[in-house]
Ligand binder design. Sequence first.
Ligand code: BEZ
Ligand code: FE
Length: 307
Amino acid sequence: MTEHPEDPGTAPLSGLFEAERSAEIVAASFAGTSDERLKEILTSLVRHTHAFVKDVGLTGEEWAAGIRFLTETGQKCDDTRQEFILLSDVLGVSMLVETLNHPADGQFTESTVEGPFHLVDSPPRALGDTIDEAGQGGEPCLVTGRITDADGRPVAGASVDVWQADADGFYDVQRPGEVPDRNLRGLFTADEDGRFWFRTVVPRYYPIPTDGPVGGLLKATGRHPNRAAHIHLEVSAPGVRTLTTHLFVAGSPYLDSDAVFGVKESLIRTFAQVDDPARAAEHELPHPFRHVDFPIAVQREVQSGAE
Ligand code: BEZ
Ligand code: FE
C-alpha cells in the first residue's frame, strides 16, 4: 500500500483542539510561515480574536450575526464605495493606523484620514483662484498658509491638494449634474516662499454614508453619523513625506464627537470674519469674508546614504 505523502504516521498528535489552549494551537499552525512579519501579524490576530471570543462569551447566534454583518459590508463595496474602510473609520482604527504611522512629534502638522471623497483628481488651479465654481451660496472665505519643514524653511513649489464639502455639507460627487464636476477641489502649487492661498466657501458638517451596514451599526449604538466641518489638504513635494490632513472650522458642531474620530486639537482653526473692503477687493472677495490661516510643517525625508 502506498503511503499518503502527508501521512503523519506515528508522530504524536499536537494540533488537537482544546478551548483553553485554542489560540496557542492555532498560532502554532503558522510556525512554518516564511514571511516573519506575516507570521507575527497572524499570530497576534489569532491571540486577540480568541481572547475576544472568550472575553464576551460569544454565542453561535452572535457569531452568525457578525459573519452576516461582515458579508453585507463586503457586498456594499464597489469601485466607488468602500464600506470596510468606513467600518475601520467608525471604529477609530483608520485614525489609529494613520496617527501611529505619521507621528507629529510636536514638530510637524498632525495628520488625519484621507476619507472616501478624494475620488477624482483635483483640477490644477492658480494661487488665489476660487475652488467654488458652483457659486451656490455660503460664506466666502480666504484660506492662506505656508508650507515649511521642521526648521521653518519654506518648501517651495509644494503641491497642495484641497477638497471639501459645500455650505450644505455635500461633496460634488454627491450632487452630480447639480454642480460642476470637481467643484470645491483644487490642486495648488506653493510659491517660492512655500505660501499658498485660495478662495472658497466655509464648509458645513455632514453625515458619512449611512445607507449600508456601517450606518446600521451607528443606529444600533445610538451614534450620530456626522463629521465636523473641515477642509481636506494633502501636501506633497519631492523629498518630503506626504501629509494628509484636515483643517477644522472652530465652533463647528461635532468637533468633539466626529463620527470617524478625525479631529485633533491642533487642526481646529478660527475662520475669522474680516470686514475690510480693501482686503476683500484685493482678493476679489465680497465683504465681509472669512479668513483662516493654516501654517503647515512637513517632514523632510532622510536621504538614504547621506553622510
Ligand atoms: C471625509 O472626511 O471625507 C470622510 C472621512 C471618513 C469617512 C467618511 C468621510
Ligand atoms: Fe471630508
